[in-house]
Ligand binder design. Structure first.
Ligand code: AMP
Length: 451
């Protein structure tokens, strides 16, 4: 049986657990304990409410020795100040019987008080990235002794555009440290960050809980492209009585806006949208209107939609196939709550088929495919992300021309390391243009002669 006894915890932690009334570890706590304790980099996929905070704090606290050292040894980064406060209060409960100094810092609050507290000494520092960076740059906090870095709600952090702040902070941290990252959803951005900064991270996730799959009827459509998907979703949404409260999931803000612009013409009074580029007020209003029923269609991205406890959703439409199968489980868990039967519809293009298969493997269930309705127009026009472009062929007509989807190419460019190294050699190459063909070589020779 899973009990806290198996963890061999210190007395102080056992007392705290008893006070908190926790009887046994939650699944994510079970999974995380030994992995975090091992010192490896860890990526945990778990939503709020699963006990994820204690999942990473428990092994950290089990290892944390008493110290009078002033500089923090554990750094926890979170996206919002509310979360800073919440975490500091949670950690207060966990460390009730320990001699541990925890401090929360965030922007738009008195920096001088924070500086003073830092001078007094801190073991665990909980911070939002922006304020921490300011404090570090002004030397009010030294991060050289941080041996464990936790980034919580990393998906939200990246979705809100904090990547640069995060990477700036990484530069100030000692390279030898344990990285622990928790995210409710897996996104390409999370994946890229992990790839770049984590060393062989161990991934832990728990089976997605919530609505059992039997409560959800699933269906999928093979659809040619974005515009045809838009035609199909519009066709389905015309049936007001069946599609009475519909959550349409899309993978990113750009697609969300694009789809909203198209559907707005037809469903003006019935549709709303939320994603992280919309203001807080706009988001709140959209969710309220959807909840109370004055709008029956809500377009949402994966990251922003979590945390919404929406009721009586008739359909979840997956406008695209999530790259990470867990996200599909989170999406469809939005329907079929409270014993009602929910309905989920998935659109997939040829390119998305492999992601769909991965989801089916995770569920051990083959999603039945519906026939594409004859009355829905197939639109062959492509959006920029779907177009392919011809990669440079180095002027050699005999070479096989490589084509790549534009989005992929851009992603690769973005992900390229900035420090290319060998700057002297590079400058020379720029000057003389690296010879790729015999023609180039001759050109270079000519340039040299002219000099
Ligand atoms: P979190 O996912 O970290 O936001 O935690 C969600 C809630 O679960 C919090 O109110 C915790 O106090 C509570 N919690 C955490 N671990 C346990 C546990 N092992 N047993 C019961 N409740 C827990």
């Amino acid at each position: 049986m899973n009990t806290f006894e198996n963890f061999n915890l210190s007395k102080a932690l056992r007392f705290a657990i008893a006070d908190l009334g926790y009887e046994r570890p939650t699944p994510i706590q079970e999974e995380a304990f030994s992995v975090v304790l091992s010192g490896k980099d860890v990526v945990g996929i778990a939503q709020t409410g699963t006990g994820k905070t204690f999942a990473y704090m428990l092994p950290i606290l089990q290892q944390l020795k008493f110290s009078k050292q002033v500089t923090p040894r554990v750094l926890i980064l979170v996206p919002t100040r509310e979360l800073v406060d919440q975490l500091v209060s949670n950690i207060g409960g966990f460390t009730e019987y320990m001699n541990v100094r925890t401090l929360g810092v965030y922007g738009e609050s008195n920096i001088n008080i924070q500086k003073q507290k830092l001078l007094e000494g801190v073991d665990i520092l909980v911070a939002t990235p922006g304020r921490l960076f300011d404090l570090a740059v002004s030397k009010a906090v030294k991060l050289r002794d941080v041996s464990q870095l936790v980034i919580d709600e990393v998906d939200v952090m990246l979705d809100l555009g904090f990547r640069t702040q995060l990477t700036n902070l990484f530069e100030l941290l000692p390279p030898r440290r344990q990285n622990i990252m928790f995210s409710a959803t897996m996104t390409d951005e999370v994946d890229a960050l992990m790839d770049e900064y984590f060393v062989a991270p161990e991934r832990i996730s728990i089976a997605v809980s919530g609505t059992p799959l039997e409560n959800i009827s699933q269906q999928c459509y093979a659809v040619k492209n974005f515009h045809t998907k838009a035609n199909l979703v519009a066709h389905l949404l015309m049936d007001k009585s069946q599609f009475s409260k519909v959550l349409v999931f899309v993978s990113n803000k750009k697609i969300a806006d694009r789809l909203f612009d198209i559907l707005e013409e037809q469903f003006r009074s019935a549709i709303c949208i939320i994603h992280s580029n919309k203001s807080q007020n706009y988001r709140i209003r959209s969710v309220e209107e959807f909840e109370e029923g004055s709008k029956r269609i809500l377009i949402a991205t994966d990251v922003i939609s979590r945390g919404l406890d929406l009721d009586r959703i008739s359909h979840v439409i997956n406008f695209d196939v999530p790259t990470y199968p867990e996200n599909y489980m989170h999406r469809i868990g939005r329907t079929g709550r409270a014993e009602q039967e929910g309905k989920s519809i998935l659109f997939f293009t040829e390119k998305e088929e492999s992601a769909k298969i991965a989801i089916e493997e995770l569920m051990n269930y083959h999603i039945p495919e519906a026939d594409f309705p004859e009355e829905v127009e197939i639109n062959n026009e492509l959006i920029p992300e779907e177009r392919t472009r011809v990669a440079e062929s180095n002027y050699n007509r005999n070479m096989k021309i490589k084509t790549e989807p534009v989005g992929e190419q851009e992603k690769k460019e973005k992900n390229q390391k900035v420090n290319l190294g060998g700057s002297y050699k590079r400058k020379l190459e720029q000057k003389y243009k690296k010879a790729r063909t015999r023609g180039d070589k001759n050109q270079n020779k000519l340039k040299k002669k002219r000099r």
